[in-house]
Ligand binder design. Structure first.
Ligand code: FE2
Length: 195
């Protein structure tokens, strides 16, 4: 990727995340720093304005904004149509910081209440929900079960993943109505330059 034409606030964000990786040793510490950095990014009016023109990710897609060649962290975006119902899932062993950039979303966390011994079955219940407004960042630990639901208008979120799972690791998917559990591939990655 050509770093010179990137939106300056986004370029600075990438460099700050790289510095966190260089300075801190474990993934949890790095991602706690990323949460603070992402809070700054998703409050920035220039990238908020820029995101008004980002393409929709309908059809289980993510925009791939950046993948670090040295540290392997990934920056994605999701652009939801109004009222978009996000599925309930986990991110396997990866850490994820999920920041709302535009519009509103409902960030839901679930807890698993069965013992996980029955094939294809998971009983879950809603643990918490938070209203996600621009500037709000949810830090999602490994295997945490969650969902993001779109609000009444188009919404955009920027996501930092501690590593890429797509093409490497399957993620858990949950259905709160049927109690069904399965593993599946994450969203299709669509390269997109914030420039
Ligand atoms: Fe997620």
């Amino acid at each position: 990727m050509n770093t010179t034409k990137r939106l300056p606030v986004f370029e600075k964000f990438i460099q700050d995340v790289r510095a966190a990786w260089a300075e801190l040793q474990d993934t949890e510490a790095r991602m706690k720093r990323v949460k603070v950095l992402l809070e700054g990014l998703v409050k920035d009016p220039t990238i908020q304005e820029h995101s008004k023109n980002w393409p929709s990710t309908e059809g289980h897609k993510n925009l791939l904004l950046y993948e670090d060649p040295d540290y392997q962290f990934v920056v994605n975006a999701v652009v939801r149509t109004p009222g978009r119902y996000g599925r309930i899932h986990d991110h396997a062993h990866a850490w994820t910081a999920y920041g709302v950039l535009d519009g509103t979303e409902r960030l839901e966390r679930y807890r698993r209440i069965d013992e996980g011994k029955k094939e294809g079955y998971a009983l879950i219940e809603l643990e918490s929900l938070a209203e996600g407004n621009p500037g709000k960042v949810d830090l999602v630990p490994p295997f945490a079960i969650h969902s993001e639901k779109g609000g009444p208008t188009r919404s955009v979120a920027v996501i930092v993943r501690s590593e890429r799972l797509v093409g490497r690791t399957l993620q858990g998917r949950y259905d709160a109505k049927t109690d069904e559990y399965r593993e599946g591939e994450g969203p299709t990655q669509v390269p997109f330059e914030v420039a």
